[in-house]
Design a protein around this ligand. Structure first.
Ligand code: HEM
Length: 319
């Protein structure tokens, strides 16, 4: 598996985060590595999706990796869950928060964090940044119970990718084979995920995302995932209790969305924030800075205008 970090394909498993930016054709899928070379001897299996969408095993496993047939069935169950609950946004956030603890500077797994299923443990769910994500875990737990040969780490990323696809986003070229941490002591320490209102938002975003091995373009594109979902003051402290766009749901009513159609995966995040056209739409300090910082600002413009090319380039870099 290749990774955006430039780490070589032997660094497995990897967390896959998908975010969209730009038009309905503009897509970004980002993978970054979450294991260490020291765990490699044990990891010989990769499961990927082929262009036809089938799950495939690239090599025979030596230690636990998700079963391809179970992954395929789990995906169908996730689709059903999405249909009945419209929980797309929170599943995307769950996948991102499991993966986003990744620290490229730490060699050892699981100390380096990343998509390793650690977010299922109470100690990590209680980190301030993860407020509300216990609800996503509750939604996925029955699927995990049904498919015991799918790891939490893979299930979270599968759920996130499926949610993006079902919301109208791209078909993400996912690979599977992530291993789970086994005890809460292996969870990362609190503080690896970004704050929404730090004193210097641009510097903060760079600190956090560069630590993951990502660059400015990827920060902008990933932030575009806020085209989906809402913020709830009772969870994160950000956003209004309800707006004209959220008071009737779907799903549990309330919160403040970044976009009007917050269950649709498109580039309206970039348009709506730039135009600042509606007080009912949310702009976090870390969103606003993307349109103020000279480097981020240029990329936002590019994302809006030339999104297809950006997507194609970034997709290539993740394979
Ligand atoms: C750039 C730094 C980021 C900050 C500061 C940030 C902060 C936040 C905050 C405060 C919320 C509201 C949570 C709540 O009240 O329930 C939220 C929601 C959300 N975030 Fe982010 N986020 C960031 C990046 C990302 C990325 C990279 C992704 C995905 C790739 C993402 C996906 C989401 C989604 C989908 C929601 C909506 C969840 C829901 O509706 O339940 N965020 N984020």
């Amino acid at each position: 598996m290749t990774s955006l970090t430039g780490a070589t394909s032997h660094l497995l498993p990897s967390a896959t985060i998908a975010a969209i930016s730009a038009s309905t054709t503009a897509r970004l899928a980002i993978s970054f590595s979450s294991s260490s070379s020291s765990s490699l001897k044990c990891i010989r299996s990769l499961i990927g999706t082929t262009s036809s969408g089938r799950f495939s095993t690239f090599a025979s496993p030596k230690c636990a990796a998700s079963d391809p047939d179970q992954l395929k069935s789990a995906r169908e169950d996730i689709k059903e869950l999405l249909k009945t609950t419209s929980c797309h946004p929170i599943l995307v956030r769950l996948g991102w928060h499991d993966a986003g603890t990744y620290n490229k500077n730490i060699e050892d797994w699981p100390q380096r964090g990343g998509a390793n299923g650690s977010l299922r443990f109470e100690i990590e769910l209680k980190h301030g940044a993860n407020a509300g994500l216990v609800n996503a875990l509750k939604l996925l737990q029955p699927i995990k119970d049904k498919y015991s040969a799918v790891t939490y780490a893979d299930l979270f990323q599968l759920a996130s990718a499926t949610a993006i696809e079902e919301a109208g986003g791209p078909k993400i070229p996912m690979k599977y084979g992530r291993m789970d941490v086994s005890v809460p002591e292996q969870c990362p320490e609190e503080g690896r995920l970004p704050d929404a209102g730090p004193p210097s938002p641009a510097a903060h975003l760079r600190d956090v995302f560069y630590r993951m091995g990502l660059n400015d373009k990827e920060i902008v594109a990933l932030s575009g995932a806020h085209t989906l979902g809402r913020s709830r003051p009772e969870r994160s402290g950000w956003g209004k209790p309800e707006t004209k766009y959220t008071k009737d749901g779907p799903g549990a009513p309330g919160g403040q969305s970044w976009t009007v159609q917050w269950l649709k995966f498109d580039n309206s995040y970039f348009k709506d924030i730039k135009e600042k056209r509606d007080n009912d739409l949310l702009v976090l300090p870390t969103d606003a800075v993307l349109f103020e910082d000279p480097s981020f600002k240029g990329i936002c413009r590019e994302v809006c205008c030339r999104s297809r090319r950006i997507f194609q380039g970034l997709c290539r870099s993740t394979r």
